[in-house]
Design a protein around this ligand. Structure first.
Ligand SMILES: Cc1cc2nc3c(=O)[nH]c(=O)nc-3n(C[C@H](O)[C@H](O)[C@H](O)COP(=O)(O)OP(=O)(O)OC[C@H]3O[C@@H](n4cnc5c(N)ncnc54)[C@H](O)[C@@H]3O)c2cc1C
Length: 326
């Protein structure tokens, strides 16, 4: 029987979408080993949505609360997760490979002295061993690893594990936990939120990204209009070239030194497709590239390619998408 702990994520007291993906991934692993899924949410108090996790396959949901856990604190969160894992016999612990999960999971792995398979895109059990697939060499190859240590630690790439409803009668509990005052020595003092209503590129189901081909920052207006035409489902991303030039904020950068995205639809506009950019978006489900250079490397990973001037194509595309959504 495979016992799996799913470590989830909340923001401002509400469960984040990636949490459903993590429970879905954990459920898949537990089912392969006829086991159970326990979900762990850390927060300053009750977390809305935690009571719904049974729908996605959690057998038990624990909300660990402390005033210092309202926001992510590296030491406080690590301590609570490690104590929980040490107190039980889990075969696997699954995290989201989100910005927070990328910080938390390695800390937990180091404390427990076990390896971590990070940024996993597929997982399962074969001959009793937990395996995971993860992209390597900037996404050029997929590595299949077997995790022999117990518990096996995995972080799941956001937007890859589509949430699946697998209803269970989840038992929910709230446990007050003990953490150092303020959560530890590292304290998050301020979070600068993106403009109200703006979607995070790492979470949006559609991403429209722009590169140096846009010529100047004001022209990103074209991409913002295209994103809006998708009816609030699209975020605007950027290549590093335009982020380095100060045209767009770093939070929007897609790629090896930016965010990794796997949306349902990725539209690359005026982006050449350097290997470091591809590393952050090549697992997108459908890729559309618009570039005037027919030999641009982006076309090698694109499902649909449009060779031409983006300043002519993007407004026409926006118009057509608007008609579809009208
Ligand atoms: C260590 C390291 C890490 C890096 N990390 C990242 C990263 O995280 N993300 C990232 O993106 N890059 C990253 N880079 C940079 C990367 O190598 C490229 O330099 C960068 O991605 C190029 O950005 P770009 O495609 O916008 O610009 P360019 O390569 O200049 O491409 C512009 C494209 O626009 C097209 N174009 C121009 N005008 C038009 C038009 N009117 N209509 C249609 N198409 C047009 C051109 O044909 C060209 O293909 C990294 C580099 C290094 C060394």
């Amino acid at each position: 029987m495979t016992a799996v702990l799913a470590v989830l994520e909340q923001r401002d007291g509400a469960l984040r979408k990636v949490s459903h993906e993590v429970v879905t991934g954990a459920r898949r692993l537990a089912d392969a080993g006829s086991g159970t899924v326990e979900a762990l949410v850390l927060g300053g108090g009750t977390v809305s949505g935690a009571d719904q996790l049974g729908r996605f396959g959690a057998d038990r949901v624990t909300t660990a609360t402390h005033a210092a856990l309202g926001r992510y604190t590296p030491e406080g969160y690590t301590r609570v997760v490690v104590e929980r894992v040490r107190a039980r016999q889990y075969d696997a612990v699954v995290f989201p490979a989100s910005a927070t999960g990328r910080d938390l999971a390695p800390r937990v792995a180091a404390r427990l002295g076990v390896p971590l398979a990070a940024d996993v895109t597929d997982l399962g059990i074969e001959g009793g061993a937990i395996w995971a697939t993860r992209p390597v060499y900037a996404g050029k190859a997929l590595l299949k690893v077997k995790l022999l240590a117990r518990p096996a630690l995995l972080s799941l790439r956001p937007n890859v594990f589509t949430p699946v409803e697998r209803p269970r009668a989840a038992a929910a509990e709230t446990a007050k936990v003990d953490v150092p005052e303020r959560g530890g020595r590292v304290v998050v003092r301020e979070i600068k939120a993106a403009a109200a209503g703006a979607l995070d590129v790492a979470e949006a189901p559609i991403v429209v990204s722009g590169g140096r081909g846009l010529k100047e920052p004001a022209n990103f207006r074209l991409l913002e209009e295209l994103a809006r035409a998708f009816g609030g489902k699209a975020a605007v991303g950027a290549s590093r070239a335009v982020v380095d030039a100060g045209w767009r904020p770093h939070a929007d950068q897609v790629g090896q030194t930016g965010k990794t995205v796997s949306p349902t639809l990725y539209v690359a506009v005026g982006i050449s497709g350097a290997i470091q950019h591809l590393a952050g978006m090549r697992t997108s489900k459908v890729i559309v590239a618009i570039n005037r250079d027919k030999d641009a490397p982006i076309f090698k990973v694109a499902d649909y390619g449009i060779v031409g001037d983006l300043f002519e194509i993007v407004p026409r595309l926006t118009e057509e998408i608007r008609k579809l959504h009208a």
